[in-house]
Design a protein around this ligand. Structure first.
Ligand code: GAL
Length: 683
């Protein structure tokens, strides 16, 4: 299993704005399909996505391929000008495959094999499954290579949506190969994992197992960190098999994959792709955290995160109706909300929106995951809304072209080592992913032009950056951040950053280790604040510029190393000890803050952090439940204002310019947005 060193290739883009639906003719009654072409055209759909769950139809028996069903439907739509994105169908292997070759099934951490009858149960490491994956991909690729209606591909479907870690015999072999390639010498692995703790020294790679669940006490964190990195990497290797076959068959096809989930380093994964894709189900947010803001916050972060992976993305599945599986169901989007979600995707930079799904399936685990058209094939308000969207995107696509989101405030985020570095030992504290989300939410609620940014990407255009309690910060990242600060940036470093090396071992230097020169301080002492804490108070407080903030997770006592103390603790033994330090570095500044950052804390700090920067809100003072975003490029500035609430919202300080969407108005500088309304202003 080689570790990827493949350089990025020039990336392809969709030729035009993609607007469409996930299309499953294999689930429909023939009479229901009859009027699809005219209906899709009425909604100005220009693309559909097909076949990700149809392996059983394309290879009914091993080695017997038959693509006539999809030939027919691709052609039927293609003749009307509707293009197709095809998918490799490997998320759901056919029954003959898992029955005849049960060794392709995944195994869980307790050593129990998965069973067929759902999806995502095959092992991505299984040489046999990889072979079947290559064969179906090759058969599809060569068959459709000259089909003018097929414009691009989605590999597999939502890898790691349900399960990621695999403990099968095949995964065991692949894990060992991964480790021996990474460390070469078992002594290096022993050193990296600190195996002399609890007598775990290995004498050869053969002795290393996946980190099974059956252990009486805590596992070795270095072992877990490598298993996380391996788990991510095995998806890269599995996908690469398919990508190579597709590219060889037709180099003009673009290739994408729909994420975004927590166990994959999409930066590595997307190097083989042309752009990322994401599936967005905003109503699910209501189920976890009811409240007016939930549907705004959750997809907003998901979309922004997807954008940050390679700068370009489409939405492959966007909620249309209510959704549910066996024992749960989300609410139905209100009138206008489906269109709002579509514009939210575009506001975050999406170059295409495909709704899930065209017609609701009448059977199966998702018989109530409702699409644009209901079970009875009768057109209702969701179809009408689709037509509104289609007409708007068709009209505005030329204006959107050439514009993108360019964040001014960057929340530093890496889905690989910097995130996985937290997981082996969490101490019950939030991961960098969660810290980043809290900061993103605070900045977004303040109307800032905020995005997730990888520290090794170009940081140009960013004026304020947050380093989100990332224990592992490599020398390369420190060097990149230092260069950026020296040129005038403002960097905020949060507690515990820089405390570990790339193997997850605590650094020997005083924290924040390699970040000390930037931070202008070191950490003298730290404490986890448990609830109720030994000190008796539910949280501790610190004072910054006459404002008092409460922290209830973590306290660091700082010692300056050239920086100036800007905040001090107020209680207990450490009254008046430094809680935050500001440090001048070249033309820029760095704040080290010895606490974890919640949304509330960052909201309170924002004005202090933004002082002396030129960061300005896109629209200052936006009311709760309203989201504001900006796309720029080719001399155009497009401001999107989205009302995620069921009430009319009045927005003062709205930018002046041409309104590109109907139903909103600006009078005396006050923009009035109807419930679930969207404004698009070209300024
Ligand atoms: C996605 C998946 C689809 C469908 C949809 C609704 O996760 O890609 O196949 O399951 O959600 O659940």
């Amino acid at each position: 299993m080689p570790i990827s060193t493949q350089p990025a290739r020039p990336r392809l883009s969709p030729a035009n704005f993609l607007f469409g639906v996930a299309y499953y003719p294999e689930h429909d009654l023939p009479e229901h399909l009859e009027h699809d072409v005219e209906r899709l055209l009425a909604a100005k759909v220009n693309v559909v996505r097909m076949a990700e769950f149809a392996w059983d139809r394309m290879e009914r028996r091993e080695g017997e391929f038959d693509f006539s069903f999809f030939d027919f439907h691709i052609d039927r739509l293609g003749r009307a000008g509707i293009k197709t994105i095809l998918c490799t169908p490997t998320e759901a292997p056919p029954m003959w495959l898992t029955t005849n070759y049960p060794d392709v099934l995944q195994v869980d951490a307790n050593g129990r094999s998965m069973q067929q009858g759902s999806r995502q149960h095959a092992s991505l490491c299984s040489p046999r499954y990889r072979d079947f994956s290559r064969k179906i991909t090759h058969a599809m690729a060569t068959h459709f290579a000259r089909n003018p209606h097929v414009i691009g591909w989605q590999t597999d479907n939502e890898i790691y949506c349900h399960t990621a870690e695999d403990y099968s015999p095949a995964a065991h072999v692949a894990f060992r190969e991964f480790l021996s390639e990474k460390y070469r010498d078992i002594a290096a692995l022993n050193e990296a994992w600190g195996t002399n703790f609890w007598a775990q020294t290995y004498t050869n790679f053969e002795e290393v197992l996946p980190p099974y669940a059956m252990r009486p006490s805590a596992e070795n964190p270095g072992h877990r960190l490598d298993f996380l990195l391996f788990t991510s990497h095995k998806a890269v290797v599995f996908q690469r098999d398919q990508v190579e076959i597709l590219r060889a068959a037709n180099p003009a096809w673009w290739i994408t994959h729909n994420g975004v989930f927590r166990n994959l380093d999409y930066r590595e994964f997307s190097r083989d792709l042309d752009f990322m894709a994401v599936d967005v189900y905003p109503m699910l947010a209501f189920m976890d955290a009811p409240g007016e803001l939930s549907p705004a916050k959750f997809p907003s972060r998901l979309l922004a995160r997807t954008r940050s992976i390679c700068g370009k993305f489409i939405v492959t599945e966007l909620q249309s109706g209510p959704g549910g599986q066996l024992d749960w169901m989300s609410a139905t989007p209100e009138p206008g909300q489906m269109r709002l979600f579509a514009w939210q995707g575009v506001a975050h930079g999406a170059e295409g929106i495909l709704h899930f799904r065209w017609r609701t399936c009448r059977y199966g685990a998702e018989e109530y995951w409702e699409g644009v058209i209901d079970h009875d094939n009768v057109l209702r308000r969701r179809f009408e809304e689709l037509c509104v969207e289609g007409a708007e995107f068709a009209r505005l696509a030329p204006i959107l072209r050439g514009t993108e989101v360019r964040p001014e405030v960057g929340v530093l985020f890496d889905m690989g080592l910097m995130e996985f570095g937290h997981r082996p030992i969490t101490h019950g504290l939030p991961s960098p992913w969660d810290v980043a989300d809290g900061i993103f939410t605070a900045c977004s609620a303040a109307g800032l032009n905020v995005g997730y940014v990888h520290p090794l990407d170009s940081l140009e255009g960013c004026k304020l950056l947050f380093l989100c309690s990332n224990a592992i910060v490599t020398a390369e990242v420190v060097a990149a951040l230092t260069r950026w600060v020296e040129r005038g940036g403002t960097l905020v470093i949060l507690a515990r950053s820089g405390t570990k090396d790339k193997f997850g071992r605590v650094v020997a230097a005083t924290p924040p280790g390699l970040l000390t020169a930037l931070a202008g301080c070191t950490v003298k002492e730290h404490s986890r604040l448990n609830s109720p804490p030994l000190t008796g108070s539910p949280s501790i407080t610190f004072k910054w510029d006459d404002q008092v903030f409460s922290e209830n997770l973590w306290r660091e006592v700082l010692e300056t190393r050239g920086g100036a103390v800007v905040a001090r603790w107020r209680e207990g033994r450490f009254v008046d000890a430094a809680a935050a330090v500001e440090n001048q570095v070249g033309e820029g500044r760095c704040f080290y803050i010895g606490t974890y950052a919640s949304t509330e804390l960052v909201s309170g700090w924002l004005a202090l952090l933004m002082k002396n920067t030129s960061v300005k809100a896109i629209i200052p003072g936006i009311p709760p439940g309203v989201e504001v975003l900006r796309r720029t490029g080719e001399g155009k500035t497009l401001v999107f204002v989205l009302n995620h609430t069921a009430e009319i919202k009045k927005i003062a300080n709205a930018p002046t310019g041409e309104h590109l969407l109907p139903g909103v108005e600006t009078t005396d500088g006050v923009l009035t947005l109807p419930a679930f309304g969207v404004a698009l202003i070209r300024s």
